[in-house]
Structures are given as structure tokens and as C-alpha cells.
Design a binder for this molecule. Structure first.
Ligand SMILES: O=C(O)[C@H](CS(=O)(=O)O)OP(=O)(O)O
Ligand code: MG
Length: 232
């Protein structure tokens, strides 16, 4: 299937199929949130919008990247998320790169948000359900983040079949600037397990679709059945 890779600044028009990549850490965190029972994730464009959404709806939680902040319930860390009781909750998420990329293409007919933990289901879904060219939106570092590029190329390869070795792509992501910055403690709201959690391939059996729902942009999980290698 035809596909290409762009950074957020290069986006023009409305892609027919958009796959928004943020490995470290927004869409690894989102996948963990769903696995911990979150019902839906509302993507916010600013921190103040995230807090306003949380305040307007009883029971909603808010998450942002960076260090813990007043009014926010969680940080953008897959490891630190695991201490929270999230079953059945709506989570509002605002981050520097991932949520910005998803909001930039939210009018596309099909938007998937992805990272290594949902790479296989995302590739299978695109193989069977996507029509038209696929635009991978690499959210980090204005399209140059190597962890996101590696994940986009890995999913792109698996769109032709599951027989693609993950190790070289994971190695690139582990050697990326984002991973180095995280390990050095330069990014807030960090746990030492975050990098390993961001590099687990196919940890979860679902894709994450983003859609406009009234005035909100909402991310939801959609289970994707496994298929024998090379089929489906
Ligand atoms: O929390 C993250 O890892 C980053 C924040 S930054 O890169 O430190 O600015 O946000 P994300 O949108 O998940 O890339
Ligand atoms: Mg990132």
C-alpha cells in the first residue's frame, strides 16, 4: 500500500488515512491507559483546555507531559500511569508532540494513533481496512524524531506482511535523542521503566482511532484480531 512520512509542519490538506506516531511517549501512554481500563481519551490542544474539560465533566481525569502540575491527575509516563485507578474513566490528554499531531489531522476520514506497542494491530488494520494512500505523521522533532521515524517505517513494512524483523527498528528508537533525554532525566514526569515500556512491540491487541465527536477529538481502542503470519 502506498505510504509516505511527514512531520507536523509539512502537513497540507486532509490526509485520506493518517497514522500519527508518538513512541515517546504520548501514544504508548494512551495504549497503557486503555489497557488499564480508560474508556476514552479526549485530546486537548492546550493545558488550560485540558483543565477546563476536566472541570466541566464529573469524573474526568487530566494528564499532561512534563512534571506533575496542579489540577492534573497524571503525567505522560507509561510506568507512572500504572498506579492510577482508571477503570471506566475518561482521560483528557495534552502533550507537546503526540496530541498536537493527532489534532492536526483530526478531520481525516481515518486517523490511527500509534507507537510500537500497537504496531502489529495498526499494520493489520491498515492492510485490511484502509483505502487510499497512508500518511504517517511523525510527531517528534518536527518530523525528524528517530524513534517515531523507526516506528513509522516498521509499521509501513508490516503493511505488506508481518514478516519484518523488529529489532533494527527498536534499536534505532532506543538510540534516539528522545530516549537519551529521557534516560538523562531531561524530560519531566519520567520513570526509569518508561523507555523499555515504549519499546515493547505488539504489547496490545488493539488500534487507537481518533475521531471528532461533537466538539471533541476522541481516541478510542478498537480490538484487531490476530491473523496467521502473511495473511489478512
Ligand atoms: O512526554 C514526552 O515524552 C513528550 C514531552 S517532551 O518531548 O519532553 O517535550 O511529549 P510527547 O508528546 O509524548 O512526545
Ligand atoms: Mg514523542
Amino acid at each position: 500500500m502506498d505510504h509516505h512520512v511527514v512531520g507536523i509542519p509539512e502537513l497540507t490538506g486532509i490526509p485520506r488515512v493518517a497514522v500519527v506516531i508518538d513512541v515517546m511517549r504520548a501514544f504508548t501512554v494512551a495504549a497503557w491507559a486503555f489497557s488499564l481500563g480508560v474508556e476514552r481519551i479526549v485530546l486537548a490542544s492546550t493545558e488550560s483546555e485540558a483543565l477546563a474539560l476536566k472541570e466541566s465533566s464529573r469524573g474526568w481525569l487530566a494528564l499532561k507531559d512534563g512534571p506533575p502540575a496542579e489540577g492534573f491527575d497524571a503525567v505522560n509516563s507509561p510506568a507512572l500511569l500504572q498506579g492510577h485507578d482508571l477503570a471506566g474513566r475518561t482521560l483528557v490528554q495534552k502533550t507537546t508532540a503526540g496530541t498536537v499531531g493527532a489534532l492536526a489531522v483530526a478531520d481525516s476520514p481515518l486517523v490511527l494513533c500509534a507507537s510500537f506497542v500497537v504496531a502489529g494491530p495498526t499494520a493489520r488494520y491498515l492492510r485490511t481496512r484502509a483505502s487510499g494512500p497512508v500518511t504517517f505523521v511523525v510527531t517528534g522533532e518536527e518530523g525528524r524524531a528517530d524513534e517515531d521515524l523507526a516506528c513509522a517505517e516498521y509499521i509501513g513494512g508490516r503493511m505488506s506482511g508481518d514478516d519484518v524483523e523488529a529489532a533494527p527498528y527498536v534499536h534505532r528508537a532506543r538510540s534516539s535523542r528522545a530516549a537519551a533525554d529521557l534516560a538523562a532525566g531531561l524530560r519531566g514526569g519520567y520513570h526509569p521503566d518508561d523507555i523499555d515500556l515504549c519499546l515493547e512491540v505488539d504489547r496490545f491487541p488493539f488500534v487507537m482511532t481518533a475521531r471528532r465527536e461533537d466538539s471533541l477529538t476522541v481516541l478510542r481502542p478498537l480490538p484487531v484480531p490476530d491473523t496467521p503470519s502473511g495473511t489478512g
